[in-house]
Design a protein around this ligand. Structure first.
Ligand code: SF4
Ligand code: SF4
Length: 86
């Protein structure tokens, strides 16, 4: 299985949970703490992300960057995916 991870711009996130419900791996959840806007923000809650990009595609604020582990000789062709050498 392809391995991936995400970073979330927590100060941009408004806690709408769209990314959470769109994740087929249930990798995301809301934080117990709040950002400066007063929203609980999305965060990784499990280390099982596949880098599918669903969460980044649905986020209305483009707060999510997806990283997918690839072999060093191949780069991800999806512009939503930032390559990360394995
Ligand atoms: S990239 Fe896919 S598997 Fe990873 S957190 Fe986002 S929706 Fe879930
Ligand atoms: S979809 Fe975007 S704004 Fe909504 S909870 Fe997820 S990261 Fe935050």
């Amino acid at each position: 299985m392809i391995s991936g991870t995400v970073t979330i711009a927590t100060e941009i996130c408004k806690g709408c949970e769209l990314c959470i419900v769109s994740c087929p791996q249930d990798s995301l959840g809301l934080s117990p703490s709040i950002n400066h806007k007063g929203f609980r923000f999305a965060q990784l809650v499990q280390d099982n992300c596949t880098g599918c990009t669903n969460c980044a595609l649905v986020c209305p604020d483009s707060a999510i960057t997806v990283y997918r582990e690839t072999k060093s000789s191949k780069r991800a062709s999806n512009p939503l995916v930032a390559s990360q050498a394995a």
